[in-house]
Design a protein around this ligand. Structure first.
Ligand code: NAG
Ligand code: NAG
Ligand code: NAG
Ligand code: NAG
Ligand code: NAG
Ligand code: NAG
Ligand code: NAG
Length: 253
């Protein structure tokens, strides 16, 4: 009861302040939110295009320990909420429209394969959401991207824990992977690429500063490759840096 009255008070306090339109989403955010919607929709489609059940998932190794069925229903629910959140944010962005994607989602022939594909998609979508945060103009857009990146990173970690022994290698030299939109939407099957699942659906948002965004093992940099290359210590060589690249080795997938 106390929680609810306090929460109500916070909402009222928020409503009493007029919104500062100089911080409202800009039309340049439309492409970012459309890109995010396409990514979130890809997972939504994967989880719903093939209805799951206990029997199907029982065959997946480690399934009973992980309670795959119940947890995947919860992940599906989170994904629907994420799609809804992007629609709500998108409605505030001038020029935004929900992309209509003809997704081409992989189909699993076993419970084992289902969770393996889910792991790959969740990891790539998480990395794409993190990369997309470098393309925003407004707090409301960066907020939803960060929140969804956190959800997908959590899903990835849980799925990886069922499928790998060590998911946090002690010799890692980078933070969680991140990829730039143009790389993510490219065709090909390298880690982080999702274009083959989203044919002709959205285009990559352009960098707000008209310069490439370089992603390094620890930090990203607008236009400065050297700055992005900062590593864990001067004695450890950094992985290669490029506008498309990223630290890849956290989940060892
Ligand atoms: C809105 O934010 C801008 C930039 O920080 C500031 O100059 C302006 O005074 C703010 N307007 C209102 C109504 O708070
Ligand atoms: C369980 O799900 C699998 C995968 O979608 C499907 O092939 C199978 O027919 C379903 N079984 C039942 C009993 O619904
Ligand atoms: C959607 O993609 C499938 C193949 O992936 C294709 O057969 C179909 O024509 C496409 N539909 C539209 C409306 O583009
Ligand atoms: C089952 O989980 C263990 C560790 O929790 C892991 O080492 C193993 O690779 C998993 N097996 C499969 C097939 O996912
Ligand atoms: C970390 O250690 C594993 C084996 O323990 C090895 O296969 C891998 O190459 C190492 N990675 C780095 C970046 O040193
Ligand atoms: C990626 O695609 C290439 C060429 O299309 C293929 O030879 C390779 O086996 C694929 N790799 C994976 C991991 O699917
Ligand atoms: C790029 O970053 C490096 C390292 O942080 C810095 O020394 C250099 O001055 C930067 N270059 C430019 C053009 O800002």
């Amino acid at each position: 009861m106390r929680f609810f009255s306090m929460f109500g008070g916070l909402l009222l306090a928020g409503a009493a302040l007029a919104q500062n339109t100089s911080c409202s989403p800009k039309s340049s955010d439309a492409a970012v939110v459309e890109y995010a919607y396409a990514l979130q929709g890809l997972l939504e489609r994967y989880y719903t295009s093939q209805p799951i059940n206990q029997t199907f998932l029982q065959t997946a190794t480690n399934g009973s320990r992980l309670e795959y069925y119940q947890n995947l229903l919860g992940i599906q629910r989170q994904n629907r909420l994420g799609v809804r959140a992007l629609q709500v944010v998108g409605a505030k962005v001038p020029g935004y429209s929900n992309p209509r994607c003809n997704y081409s989602v992989p189909r699993a022939s076993s419970g084992e394969q289902y969770v393996t594909i889910a792991l790959g998609l969740e990891a790539d979508v998480a990395a794409a959401f993190i990369g997309a945060t470098a393309y925003t103009q407004s707090p409301e857009v960066s907020f939803i991207l960060a929140r969804l990146a956190a959800v997908h990173t959590a899903d990835t970690t849980w799925l990886a824990a069922g499928q790998k022994g060590i998911i946090f290698p002690s010799n890692t030299s980078s933070l969680v992977p991140a990829f730039n939109p143009a790389y993510v939407l490219g065709l090909g099957n390298e880690t982080g690429r999702l274009g083959r699942y989203l044919p002709n659906c959205v285009s990559a948002p352009s960098s707000p500063c008209d310069q490439p965004f370089f992603i390094g093992p620890l930090v990203g940099s607008v236009g400065n490759r050297t700055s992005a290359a900062a590593g864990p210590s001067s004695s450890v060589p950094s992985p290669s840096i490029s506008p498309t690249a990223a630290a890849r080795n956290r989940f060892a997938i």
